[in-house]
Ligand binder design. Structure first.
Ligand code: B12
Length: 485
């Protein structure tokens, strides 16, 4: 049975925090990174009578920090695990500072998540107050060290000092991790452990939270976001960090957990947030018939050039009602530069026709403000117009668009874009996420490095003009869609 985690209370001893986003989030979701990381540790923590609770404030607010203060002051906390994206890194630092102010040094503070995985500067070496940060497949490392810590009760510093020796004796059986601790000698701040590739068979099913999540793309009022794979089989978009370093994609082989989850939450729709929904033979013969049997409304993410008409029909036949996909831009030159040359206008319109014929709704993500890997702004007022024209054409051909989701390209650490900018001599500090009021209304626009906040991309009048054109295009495009399902 899949565990359901409850929100933290004053009794919580193991606190899991998803660091809040410092802007407005367009999508709701469960803190999947954090839930995956702790999956293996939960049974042993339950056996040790530890109370595990989570905090997922979504946006940053003073109410959240007041709650955190009161939990940290309460005296029950023994361990705090913080998971953060790069965009939320300054909030993660504030979370750490708040815990230290209220609970002192007695709490073991662990950090990880997408930022730690992607950014070469690790959190435990960059944010004071973190005892240990872990990049990579943290399941086995946390599965071993959390129960060890609660059982032995040594102070955080001593526990961390002893880790290199104890982990050398008992390395994680699977997964690749880099551990960093300020308690280790400056000459060896990291410990790299390679237990080989992780497989789903080795880890228990990921827990869920008791959060209510709603996706406007579905008729049902509640949605369960789930994942059945890791890695992106396309992996060539220069702005994205979802490609796994070794190009591997892992797909789950068992789906009984999903059947139980759906049965325990009747009336919920299911959203597969895998980078690209895997349509392996096993998924076709096991998962899809199961979804049909359950009669749930579900949706998933696709990359249109990798989609066949036969697959569209198959998905629809088994209850898929919605797909989300990245269209990015109406300008062919931009699509080529960002790594999606196959997504031509003709191909897009053809595949959307297939989806319409199969009666699927679509969510279309647009990405304005694309940069080249050398830091040149590719977007112009003309390319913005081309994207608007494409959106209008999509609607004219009768596609049921659940939503256009305009966002602005932000530079994420570890991506080909970040590497290119670095090579071009444009340094970015991923511990200081710039704010950009001009693009505040767009998803990701307000927070993070984009063409208006990078020094090497000259921020003069023409750029401001494009920013204005993007903001108006985004407002216009979103207004084109009406929800009537
Ligand atoms: C679901 C999801 C969301 C959900 C939940 C967020 C979450 N991270 O749990 C929601 C909708 C809230 C969300 C929002 C955002 N997301 Co998001 N999201 C995802 C998605 C699709 C899946 C995450 C997941 O469950 N992965 C599966 C697990 C198994 O892998 P993992 O994340 O690498 O987790 C492992 C390690 O990081 C580590 N770990 C994780 N947490 C912890 C904690 C500790 C203490 C330790 C020790 C280790 C550890 O162990 C885990 C298991 O191995 C990923 C893309 C992807 N396919 O991964 C993007 C992704 C994480 N999101 C991304 C972004 C940019 C965002 C947003 C900024 C913007 C946006 N437009 O959505 C916001 C930020 C929200 C915030 N509060 O900061 C980027 C992050 C890149 C980065 N360097 O920060 C990703 C990678 C997508 C991309 N385009 O590249 N997202």
């Amino acid at each position: 049975m899949v565990d359901t985690l409850q929100e933290a209370t004053t009794q919580t001893s193991i606190l899991l925090i998803h660091a809040p986003y410092p802007g407005t989030l367009k999508f709701e979701g469960m803190p999947g990174s954090l839930l995956s990381a702790v999956a293996l540790a939960l049974p042993a923590l339950a056996d040790a009578d530890e109370q595990v609770g989570y905090l997922d404030p979504r946006g940053a607010s003073e109410e959240f920090y007041a709650e955190l203060r009161s939990l940290a002051r309460g005296g029950s906390l023994r361990v705090v695990c913080v998971s953060t994206s790069t965009a939320a890194i300054e909030e993660a630092a504030r979370v750490v500072a708040t815990i230290r102010e209220e609970a002192g040094d007695r709490v073991l503070l662990l950090a990880g998540g997408p930022h730690e995985d992607d950014c070469p500067q690790k959190m435990a070496g960059s944010i004071s107050g973190i005892d240990l940060s872990i990049a990579g497949d943290a399941e086995h490392a946390l599965g071993w060290l959390l129960p060890q810590y609660v059982e032995h009760g040594s102070p955080p510093q001593r526990f961390c000092e002893s880790l290199p020796a104890s982990l050398a004796k008992r390395p994680p059986p699977a997964g690749r991790v880099r551990l960093t601790s300020p308690w280790w000698p400056l000459s060896t701040p990291h410990l790299d452990l390679d237990g080989g590739p992780l497989s789903f068979g080795e880890i228990p099913d990921r827990p869920v939270t008791d959060q209510h999540i709603e996706f406007t793309a579905f008729a049902s009022g509640s949605t369960l976001p789930v994942m059945i794979s890791r890695g992106c089989p396309y992996g060539r978009c220069i702005f994205c960090s979802e490609a796994s370093p070794d190009g591997r994609v892992l797909v789950q082989q068992r789906f009984d957990w999903l059947e139980e989850l759906c049965a325990s939450r009747p009336g919920h729709s299911v959203y597969f947030q895998d980078s690209i929904f895997p349509t392996t033979t096993h998924v076709r013969t096991t998962l899809l018939p199961m979804l049909s049997r359950l009669g749930v409304e579900w949706g998933c993410q696709v990359y249109l050039p990798m989609l066949s008409e036969r697959t569209v029909q198959l998905l629809a036949h088994h209850g898929c009602r919605y797909v989300y996909t990245g269209v990015e831009s109406g300008a062919a030159a931009i699509l080529s530069s960002v790594g999606k040359p196959a997504l031509t206008r003709n191909l897009l319109l053809e595949r959307l026709k297939w989806l319409r014929r199969a009666e699927l709704r679509v969510g279309l993500s647009l990405m304005f403000g694309a940069l080249s890997t050398e830091g040149a702004l590719l977007e112009t007022a003309e390319t913005v117009r081309e994207t608007v024209g494409l959106c209008e054409e999509v609607l004219e051909q009768g596609t049921t668009v659940a939503g256009f989701y305009p966002n602005v390209e932000t530079v994420l650490p570890g991506t080909p874009l970040a590497t290119g900018l670095d090579r071009a001599g444009i340094p970015l500090d991923f511990y200081r996420m710039p704010r950009c009021p001009d693009l505040d209304g767009l998803e990701d626009g307000g927070v993070g490095y984009n063409f208006l906040t990078i020094d090497g991309v000259h921020c003069q009048e023409p750029l401001r003009h494009v920013a204005g054109a993007i903001a108006s295009a985004a407002t216009y495009i979103q207004s084109l869609v009406e929800h009537d399902w």
